[in-house]
Design a protein around this ligand. Structure first.
Ligand SMILES: NC(=O)c1ccc[n+]([C@@H]2O[C@H](COP(=O)([O-])OP(=O)(O)OC[C@H]3O[C@@H](n4cnc5c(N)ncnc54)[C@H](O)[C@@H]3O)[C@@H](O)[C@H]2O)c1
Ligand SMILES: [Zn+2]
Ligand SMILES: [Zn+2]
Length: 425
């Protein structure tokens, strides 16, 4: 691990050197926790970003800080029991060091990347709502990042320390039958969407990137940092799962339901195909304003226009980008006979498929996990200035303001936030 003299890297070195262990500091979250130190300690209060089991803390941080004004915490926690354990530990020791195993090479195909920029996805909010119970308490969230490679395993052949890379949300082993078929999201050999899901993710100072050769992309020096982070998942998702799977074609009427970052990216990419009309649908006025700004021909709450379309010619393509049962049903109502519904949204609840009305309509419904196989193509288009994506980033924060970023992003319909980018300062 590289050291640059920053407080963070010195803290990392302290941890690595075992000093923290010698002091018998306190608590490990992640896999086996809480393990309180046998000897209560009084040491400077700190929780380093790297060691912080994160995200989704609700009120625990405020409560901890009220009780321990010297204690600084970066990041969040997942579950109530994690919060309770922290509170308990804080009251006993005044210092918490939360262990992360994410900083060491585990497999020879891993790379450790120091994060320069990461972001928050609607899927992180689904995790927060409990829609993905497989995400274990204490898992560091985040699956989109750009950063410097600081260490690579013996089995990594195309990267070396110092390379600046986009860390893809999907890890691809690169050699299983599904990876060979470009379906990295379905990788059978330990890849797929695992970052910030099954293993620690990118909302931290460092991340362990699995299958680094086939799961990272070099960032050209001319590509802005904030644009680059959108290539880790947002743009491939909007393109592959929305525009491509929906078969958007010249002259099409395209309805995009859900005008969050993913839906808006689909609007921007769909424009490449010269559609007749793109109609963005959302419930939030601020999202509809953003859709109009970013190139939708109409931006509407579900209402008359959509009813007229549903009762009249119908949309050639309906893209579901909300992850909401009503939004999916709206797509099935609005699509024309023979049209395509491309579901992008992650659904935590069942959505009704009205086959009694749909069976004779010859529609095609596609749905899926992004593969990120289109990243090189999209990267090229963005670098050439053919995809005006910069307005998708509305807010930036330093990495240590993760909670603020979550607050702003999770209330995006009020705050006007689309993508929030957290940068190492
Ligand atoms: N398939 C994939 O691989 C993949 C990858 C990334 C994100 N996603 C999913 O894509 C979805 C969108 O992501 P995002 O970051 O833009 O989320 P977001 O929460 O920021 O945006 C969703 C938008 O949908 C709107 N909405 C909700 N219900 C609606 C309804 N009934 N009618 C109209 N609009 C409605 C909301 O107002 C919001 O503006 C999420 O479900 C996310 O998990 C899927
Ligand atoms: Zn995501
Ligand atoms: Zn694979």
């Amino acid at each position: 691990m590289g050291l640059d003299g920053s407080p963070e890297s010195l803290a990392a070195a302290r941890w690595a050197s075992g000093e923290a262990r010698r002091r018998k500091l306190t608590l490990r979250l992640l896999h086996a926790w809480p393990l309180l130190a046998p000897e209560p300690t009084r040491v400077p209060a700190e929780i380093d970003q790297n060691y912080c089991a994160k995200r989704i803390m609700h009120n625990a941080q405020a409560e901890l800080q009220a009780r321990h004004p010297d204690l600084s915490i970066i990041g969040n926690l997942v579950a109530d029991d994690a919060q309770n354990a922290l509170l308990q530990a804080a009251s006993e020791s005044e210092m918490l060091v939360l262990g992360s195993r994410g900083l060491e090479l585990v497999e020879s195909t891993d790379a450790i990347v120091r994060i320069d920029a990461t972001t928050i996805c609607g899927s992180d909010l689904h995790i927060q709502r409990g829609d993905l119970p497989e995400v274990k308490p204490g898992t560091i969230l985040g699956h989109e990042a750009v950063g410097d490679v600081v260490e690579v395993g013996r089995g990594v052949h195309t990267l070396r320390p110092g390379d600046q890379v986009i860390v893809s949300s999907v890890s691809a082993c690169g050699h299983c039958p599904l990876c060979r078929d470009g379906m990295y999201g379905q990788c059978r050999d330990g890849g797929g969407w695992i970052l910030g899901n099954l293993v620690n993710g990118t909302q931290a100072e460092f991340v362990r990137g699995p299958f680094a050769d086939s799961s990272t992309y070099r960032r050209p020096s001319s590509l802005a940092l904030d644009d680059a982070v959108l290539l880790a998942e947002l743009l491939p998702t909007a393109y592959e799962v929305g525009v491509r799977n929906g078969h958007v074609s010249p002259g099409d009427t395209v309805v995009v339901v859900g005008a969050g970052p993913v839906g808006l990216a689909a609007v921007i990419i769909a424009r490449l195909y010269s559609p007749r009309r793109i109609i963005a649908v959302d419930l939030s006025p601020s999202r509809l304003e953003a859709a109009a700004r970013l190139g939708a021909d109409s931006a509407e709450v579900p209402g008359r226009l959509i009813a007229d379309l549903a009762e009249g010619p119908g949309a050639d393509v309906a893209i579901e980008a909300a992850g909401d049962p009503d939004s999916f049903v709206l797509c099935t109502r609005v699509v024309r006979a023979g049209g395509h519904i491309a579901n992008i949204g992650m659904h935590g609840k069942p959505a009704t498929l009205h086959l009694e009305a749909l069976w004779p309509k010859n529609i095609t419904i596609s749905t899926g996990q992004v593969d990120t196989s289109s990243t090189p193509w999209l990267l090229d288009l963005v670098t050439l200035g053919r995809l005006p994506i910069s307005p998708l980033v509305t807010h930036t924060f330093s990495l240590d303001r993760m909670q603020d970023a979550y607050d702003v992003f999770s209330h995006g319909t009020d705050t006007g936030a689309l993508k929030v980018v957290l940068r190492r300062e």
